[in-house]
Write a protein that binds this ligand. Structure first.
Ligand code: CS2
Length: 494
């Protein structure tokens, strides 16, 4: 066993005999991209693409400065600072092989909670050409049913009154854009990389709504000067486990406090609309297209919704990982039935893509036994995910009188899960959701009122008013509350 070497810039040469390390000079890197919301996904995706580009000797003006806007980001910020912003990517293949590589494209990190002025200055700096976002589906501050900006959010209220003390992405972007406009600098591109349909359009609409309320003149300038490309991003990135840190230290001799693990598959499809230039990402496999809409819809309604189907049903059955779900024939067949009979018919035309192959590849990716993507990660923040991934499929099928049963069982199971907070064997479930308390409260009224849970219009729209939906949903709830086993119910439907 090798004694692990601390991951740090000064040790890169030595580490290079153990695993691949950056061969470019990180120190001469200008910061061209400010990325808000650095989690595992950003580090496995955009930062990895950029790292590959730099390995080719390109993109020296496009270093990344990470930004954290939540207290919870402090841990990663501290770890990255100690490691000179280096981290290891562990790409886990289905055959057990792990490709490891030190990634060097992130070169700085700032916390908006403690250093808001520094963050504003960094975004307003002339070198910054792109501000990219992975702030999660819930971070856009809109009501998923009405699509309206949520002005009730106290942080939004605060920054409207105190533009110089921003809290959310909207406050930081407007303050930095104002500084740029006032000093005659060009705007930057706002590039959303979240799993939201028309993510760029959504970011634009929300930012303009906020800016109009804060400074209508500035809003006009933003509308003219800032581009918001839509994009589809894809790479399954499970939560890093303690064992990953141990494997890296023991088998590769690298001491990294927070490596990132991911699957081999990677995809990024982006609209080529940038206000102030961009790296030549096409050289490392990024697809630039005029309209990303069909790709986004396909990915959200098949992959992400597929995850949620396995996640919620798997959670109450007692499966712990996504691969355990698809190894279970009932779950695999059920997923296939949902994808074929409900998700696909309302996708519309996806030109140039063979959907059958795409769905086959999803099942293979979900089955990767080596990444052990937890059902808990998939179910976390379901209140932000299901209205974007799954519920639109129900609405669209209802409108044309097609099957809704496979998706509806997921909503009934979500109610049961939110009420009981245990699986069907009585094991406690750890539920992570910004709406946890409200969901638990309404779900626990189900016994007296079977429609209590789906009354949240902001999540379910008007499903509670559709007789067709109510009939299927309530009979499923009844079975679940009689403690009929979920796998038996699924088996009977396929
Ligand atoms: C997952 C996504 O969070 C979820 O529910 O579906 O994180 C998914 O793994 C990624 O979007 C894959 O690109």
């Amino acid at each position: 066993m090798k004694t692990p070497i601390q991951l740090q810039q000064q040790n890169l040469a030595e580490l290079g005999s153990r695993i691949p390390v950056p061969i470019y000079n990180r120190m001469d890197n200008k910061i061209g991209i400010v990325h808000v919301g650095v989690g595992g996904f950003h580090r496995a995706h955009q930062a990895y693409y950029l790292h590959q580009l730099r390995q080719l000797g390109e993109a020296s003006n496009w270093g990344i400065c990470g930004i954290g806007l939540r207290e919870a980001d402090t841990k990663l910020s501290d770890i990255l600072k100690k490691q000179d912003h280096l981290y290891t990517l562990m790409i886990k293949h289905p055959d057990g092989n792990i490709e490891t590589e030190v990634i060097g494209s992130i070169v700085d990190f700032e916390m908006g909670t403690t250093n808001p002025e520094k963050v504003i200055a960094r975004i307003a700096n002339a070198d910054t050409k792109i501000v990219s976002l992975t702030i999660t589906e819930g971070g856009y501050n809109f009501n998923p049913t009405t699509g309206k900006f949520n002005f009730d959010n106290p942080d939004i209220q605060h920054e409207l009154r105190h533009p110089q003390d921003p809290k959310t992405i909207y406050g930081f972007l407007t303050e930095a854009l104002k500084t740029r406009r006032d000093s005659g600098l060009p705007a930057f591109t706002v590039m959303s990389c979240d799993n939201i349909e028309h993510n760029g359009d959504m970011a634009r609409k929300m930012l303009l709504t906020f800016a109009e309320a804060q400074n209508p003149d500035l809003a006009k300038w933003i509308a003219q000067e800032v581009c918001f490309p839509n994009s589809m991003v894809d790479r399954i990135t499970p939560v890093t486990a303690k064992t990953d840190i141990e494997i890296l230290a023991q088998n590769y001799g690298v001491a990294d406090a927070w490596p990132v693990t991911c699957e081999p598959f990677i995809q990024w499809v982006v609209e080529d609309k940038f206000s102030n230039g961009r790296p030549a990402f096409e050289k490392v496999g990024v697809q630039f297209v005029p309209d990303v809409g069909p790709y986004e819809k396909m990915k959200l309604r098949l992959l992400n919704a597929g995850h949620s189907v396995l996640g919620i049903l798997g959670a109450i059955h007692g499966h712990l990982t996504i691969n355990a779900c698809v190894e279970d024939e009932v779950f695999a067949n059920y997923l296939r039935a949902f994808l074929d009979e409900e998700a696909t018919p309302v996708l519309g035309d996806i030109e140039g893509i063979n959907l059958k192959n795409y769905k086959n590849s999803l099942l293979e990716r979900f089955a990767n036994p080596n990444i052990k993507d937890s059902v808990g990660r998939i179910c976390s923040e379901s209140s932000a995910k299901l209205p974007k991934f799954l519920i639109p499929t129900i609405h669209e099928n209802l409108a044309i009188g097609r099957s809704i049963k496979f998706a509806t069982l997921v909503l009934a199971a979500w109610c049961y899960y939110s009420d009981k907070e245990t699986d069907q064997n009585g094991q406690a479930l750890k539920i992570i959701d910004a709406m946890h308390d409200e969901l638990h409260h309404t779900a626990s009224e189900t016994k007296n009122n079977p429609l209590a849970f789906i009354k949240h219009e902001s999540l379910f729209g008007n499903l509670a008013k559709s007789n067709n939906f109510i009939r299927i949903y309530t009979s499923m709830l009844e079975e679940l509350y009689k403690n009929n086993k979920i796998d038996k119910m699924m088996q009977d439907m396929i």
